[in-house]
Design a protein around this ligand. Structure first.
Ligand SMILES: [Zn+2]
Ligand SMILES: [Zn+2]
Length: 262
């Protein structure tokens, strides 16, 4: 990643703040997301200064303080429902939080807000150390992250049609690794029949589109960096929330929800 991982957290926070200032309709989502990214950046900074083994069970000692900081932080800014869940989780105590993190880490089950927000910086730090997760099975397919076997959060177009994947890449929802992926292909079931693949684009978001599949009825959003080079895919994906509404109304289910729950 250009400029290193630390810079990528900074760029994400700044982009979320910038988009929050520009887009009134999605401002509350983007303000919340900017704050989440700030908390995650703090976790990342903490994890940079400790030894990590790649076994979450052994690394829990280092991850726990990050988890409680994030839970505290989110309970100060989150919507009431999330605050309620944090209160319950904290009341159950440390073993319950450990178990939640370990369960998710072993399965990467879709759409789990707390373990995902807590473990994204950990997973990303592991990628930086080239230390692959060692305490779980990694079923890597080409629609799964080559580093951690996580599902994709989004797809992106980077130009350079001569590159592998025709300039398209998927971005991992867990460790934020990117990997090349064929342009005309469903990122959930691998469908390649163009007539089964639908695209939805709105003039309001020139650099975003929905890539949906009529075979498995799943979708994700694509961020086109050839149209807007300053976009930060993880953040611009969140800003395109109205496209998620369109996709849901048309009966498509997202492969993996983002951290604002869309
Ligand atoms: Zn990954
Ligand atoms: Zn599909």
């Amino acid at each position: 990643m250009i400029g290193g991982v630390r810079d990528s957290w900074n760029r994400s926070v700044q982009r979320a703040e910038q988009l929050a200032a520009e887009h009134e309709a999605t401002r509350p989502l983007l303000v919340f997301y900017a704050q989440l990214l700030g908390l995650q950046r703090e976790s990342y900074d903490t994890l940079r200064n400790v030894h990590l083994s790649g076994s979450l069970e052994r690394d829990l000692k280092a991850v726990r303080p990050c988890a409680s900081k994030i839970l505290n932080g989110v309970s100060a800014i989150g919507p009431p429902l999330i605050i309620e869940e944090i209160t319950e989780l904290v009341a159950e105590g440390e073993p319950a939080i450990d178990q939640m993190l370990l369960d998710w880490w072993r399965t990467l089950a879709a759409n789990q807000f707390f373990p995902k927000v807590i473990l994204q910086p950990y997973a990303q730090r592991l990628t930086e150390l080239s230390r692959r997760p060692v305490d779980r099975e990694l079923y890597v397919t080409d629609y799964r992250c080559p580093f951690c076997a996580g599902p994709p959060q989004l797809s992106m177009l980077q130009g350079g049609g001569e590159l592998e994947g025709g300039g398209r890449a998927l971005l991992c929802a867990t460790c934020l690794t990117t990997w090349p992926f064929r342009r005309v292909r469903c990122a959930s079931c691998g469908e390649e029949n163009e007539r089964r693949l639908a695209y939805f684009h709105s003039p309001a978001f020139d650099h975003l589109r929905v890539d949906a599949c009529d075979t498995c009825r799943r979708y994700l959003k694509t961020v086109d960096l050839t149209r807007l080079g300053i976009a930060v895919p993880l953040v611009d994906e969140v800003a395109g929330a109205p496209l998620d509404v369109w996709a849901r109304e048309n009966g498509y289910e997202k492969i993996e929800l983002n951290l604002v729950g869309l």
